[in-house]
Design a protein around this ligand. Sequence first.
Ligand SMILES: [Fe+2]
Length: 532
Amino acid sequence: MSRTPAEIVAQCQNLPTIPAIALEVLRLSREENIDLKEIAGVIARDVALSGRILSVVNSAYYGLPRKVSTIGQAVVMLGMASVKTLALGFSLADTITSRGTAAGDLTSFWRRSLHMAVAARTFAARKIPILREEAFTAGLLADVGVMAMHDAFKRDYADLCAAPGCSHAGIVAVERERFGVDHQQLSLAMTEAWHLPELLTLPIGHHHDSETVGGADAMLTSLADVLRVATLCADVFCTEAQGDQIKAFETAAEACLGLDSESCRSLVVNLHADIQEVAKVLDIQIPESLSYAQIVQQANQELTRLNLQAQQRMHEAERSQREASERLEVLEESNRQLAQKANTDPLTGVYNRRFMEGFLEREIARAARFRRPLSVLFIDVDHFKQINDSHGHLVGDAILRQLAKLLGAATRDVDCLCRYGGEEFMLTLLETELWGATQLAEKIRRLVAAWKFKSDGQETPYHVTVSIGVAAMNPNRPVDKELLIQMADESAYAAKRDGRNCVCALRKRVSPLPETETPAASSASAGDARRR
Ligand SMILES: [Fe+2]
């Protein structure tokens, strides 16, 4: 079963206690008929305490018009609340300081507590002047629960406070999650144990979340709001992430106290100096703070630096993105060229057999699905072996390159021309029936037969003829790729057998007619009747 805040505080061994004189002053100040002489008498019993109060009362911080020499005069001049606050402050400073560092970092504790106390008094003087001294006391004690957290949870709590990014503003939620209790609750339990009035204990117990303080007492809720704003103000002076803290503080000052940014800044303009004055009065050593204006300026500079840094990072990211895109484009182009190379015949620049087979397979499937015609021409150079034997392979290669260009010029973009192998070319014609394919085959045959092929650096032309086999797929009776190629190949063989330089479709000669005069064959001999 988890312990209550009061039980946790009761089991702590190193917490400060309120000295008897301070408690007596508090008790007397709560009585209806306050006897100022009696209070002055109680304080005067502690000579050291009286001397410190008088030195404070006569300091520049209070700015009294004439010197005060007795506690009685101080009570009359400053009022009961101020003297009570001083007595309590001195007593606590002594007792907390005497506890050493066993319950956390005392310098940090005092730095934050004094900022809260002075800020709370400043805001209360503007909003609830009657409670300005109570605000100072509440601010001074608000974080006393931090000492109890250190005492109760020791190393675990110290590690939490020392963790990177840990700020007082965000620690309450983490405390509840890790330990089931937060320092506000322990501050409340401690101040209740000291029998401080509810007017102080409840705002202390809700100094991070004044909206939860509840109750109908307007003074009490107003003091809780003052304390909350003072807490956020202390965050500005005591933490490093000042840009966020400034925004949180000024937003809360407007929401809780109705102070716009300008009013808020004018109220805290001398806060850093007042805090040092109070620290000196209470004989507490804390590091000097920058003024609020300097902190705001520093935060703005930091914001500018961060903005520049963010812009620089953005530019670097854009440059990296641009470079990556350029590299990708180079890679894509390289891949495209590789793919082109893999699909292209290096001698003639037309597609190779590997690419044609994939193309034909896809187009046969498409034609079969949509019931569309498709034809294939098998084009074979006549007597090519003799050309190579008589004139050399360089001439043979030049003739193949020129023939590929001629065929390419006679081919539509949608069709596919490939070098099937050696001196054989294959042309796949989409959306073309047997008749149309045969017409084109004859056109090609005539074109080739009339063309004057040339080899590099030679003027003498070479005359070449081709035998062309035509095959077509009936849209209603699809065939596979191999059968279609075989049909075209067999038709080309029929053309060879039938005298070459002619076109055969479905193994029968269709052009030119046998009786038609055959164009002059190649410059090579036509003696070889065998195919290739
Ligand atoms: Fe706090």
